[in-house]
Design a protein around this ligand. Structure first.
Ligand code: SAH
Ligand code: SF4
Ligand code: F3S
Length: 469
């Protein structure tokens, strides 16, 4: 969430209204929360770090697993009290539910939480100012969960609050893959790519505001196939090459990718574009071909291993991350062993793993062979123990190396600065604040479970020229 000076007047001198945004779910939701804040700024809404006394609260929700949905309803219970208190004091708190729960369960939200004023799906954020106006006039709730014909990115404002040294940029949305277990194709709609010109312009703006690393986002980011400046079509590999030409943009990443959309041009970009970082999150979900077929993943374990081989040939120091689901309907002990075998064969620098959670309306939810909860627990523990071991081994292998660290902010203690390694590991060390925004070599001295520490190798090294406004 952005910092805010709560007393700052807006551009035409009115006192700011306070906007509090709570964000769950993936990085695309983080990006979207920023864009909703941007679209409300001209109405006088300034970000507030707390919901107490806010004029508007937006819950940007995630529907990917069951617990994610339940969190929304318990948060709504808490916010109801704040809203009632504000009304008792003669004020008003507009309560909006956005994101994937809004899209999937809009009607249920209004039934279970009738005090909610606005329910809006992820494709309608450009219409938020109009919805706020309607909510102010109307007695009842405003609900917008249709997929509108216009593209929200064409209509969201160009002016955006700065994101900092590391920034997100959504280039692609939606998904046509329909994995058996997943709600995303239903909540985010069909795959759509932003044109290259609009992505490049936004990247330049982010860099002018101080960003030095940009992570391109999409539910299926490597399926990006945007309109090129000459009217043709580019793939993500080409887009990355063009972005890498932007002066002062030091690092590029992209997430999340599907193994099927990893084309030769993108693999080659890993070999040929130095700004493209040697870290890739590439979800595989399972190591069993039987499960991969049941999941409708459209690739086999051997396809995935072959792809990793090509990627490692292109970029030998590539560190890998993945997502795994244990206990998908029909998963046997032998299927699960195949997942462990794949993990052992590849060796991940880090990974996310989840118990299968049935999602209403998805094919797997009603499939036979649902796995008992206790079995899912046991498999998750076994997988996570192996993944933790691999993460510790990977972090340990960095000790003694000199890694280029991009410094992103102050550290936890005075005199400390914090940054990121090329492999996305957080790095904390003693160093001058002037290095923030620059890359400097760090000799890694120790590995903690989720971060690294070390010493600056050339503390006097000049930071990259900052593009100040
Ligand atoms: N687009 C990405 C992932 C999107 S969701 C991809 O294609 O891989 C992020 C992760 O959540 C998924 O990779 C999957 O591991 C997990 N996930 C999705 N639906 C799930 C469900 N019903 N139960 C458990 N985990 C799930
Ligand atoms: Fe979900 Fe599969 Fe699409 Fe990823 S590729 S968003 S897991 S349906
Ligand atoms: Fe969650 Fe929607 Fe992202 S379901 S993971 S917020 S696309």
């Amino acid at each position: 969430m952005r910092r805010a000076d709560l007393t700052e007047p807006d551009t035409i001198g009115r006192p700011s209204k306070r906007l509090h945004v709570i964000t769950w779910g993936c990085q695309m939701n983080v990006y979207d929360s920023g864009r909703m804040t941007d679209v409300l700024a001209p109405l006088g809404y300034a970000p507030s770090p707390v919901p107490d006394g806010a004029d508007m609260v937006i819950l940007n929700t995630c529907h990917i697993r069951d617990r994610a949905t339940e969190k929304v309803f318990s948060e709504l219970g808490r916010l109801r009290l704040l809203k009632e208190r504000r009304e008792a004091e003669g004020g008003r708190m507009v309560l909006a539910v956005a994101g994937c729960v809004a899209q999937a369960e809009g009607a249920e939200i209004l039934a279970r939480a009738p005090f909610v004023d606005i329910v809006l799906g992820p494709q309608t954020y450009h219409r938020l100012p109009e919805m706020v106006a309607r909510a102010a006039r109307a007695g009842g709730a405003v609900i917008e969960t249709d997929f509108p014909p216009e593209q929200k990115f064409d209509l969201l404002p160009d002016v955006a609050a700065p994101q900092g040294i590391t920034a997100f940029l959504t280039v692609q949305e939606g998904c046509d893959k329909f994995c058996s277990f997943c709600v995303v194709p239903y909540t985010r709609g069909a795959e759509a790519s932003r044109p290259a010109v609009s992505v490049l312009a936004e990247a330049r703006r982010l860099v002018a505001q101080g960003a030095r690393e940009i992570t391109l986002l999409g539910q299926n980011v490597n399926a990006w196939h945007g309109e090129a400046p000459d009217g043709g079509t580019w793939g993500l590999g080409r887009l990355i090459r063009e972005l890498a030409e932007i002066p002062d943009l030091l690092r590029l990443r992209y997430t999340t990718s599907h193994p099927r959309d990893m084309d030769a041009e993108l693999v080659a970009a890993h070999a040929e574009v130095p700004a493209l970082m040697p870290f890739l999150h590439l979800p595989v979900q399972s190591g069993s071909d039987r499960m991969l077929a049941a999941m409708n993943r459209k690739h086999s374990a051997a396809d995935y291993l072959g792809l990793i081989e090509r990627l490692r040939a292109a970029r030998p120091d590539l560190a890998l991350s993945s997502d795994f689901i244990v206990g998908h309907p029909g998963e046997t002990a032998a299927d699960f062993d195949a997942t462990l075998a794949l993990v052992r064969e590849i060796g991940f620098a880090q990974a996310f793993s989840f118990k299968y959670s049935p999602r209403p309306g998805t094919p797997a939810a009603g499939a036979p062979g649902q796995v008992a909860e206790a079995e899912k627990d046991a498999r998750l523990q076994a997988l996570q123990a192996l993944l933790r071991e691999q993460q510790a081994a990977f972090n340990g292998s960095c000790v003694g190396l000199s890694l280029p660290v991009l410094f992103t902010g102050a550290g936890r203690h005075p005199g400390q600065i914090a940054g990121r390694s090329p492999f996305l590991q957080p790095v904390h060390l003693a160093g001058p604040a002037e290095l923030i925004g620059a890359i400097a070599p760090v000799k890694i001295g120790a590995a903690l479970p989720n971060s690294l520490t070390g010493t600056l190798q050339t503390p006097t090294m000049q930071p990259q020229e900052r593009a100040s406004a």
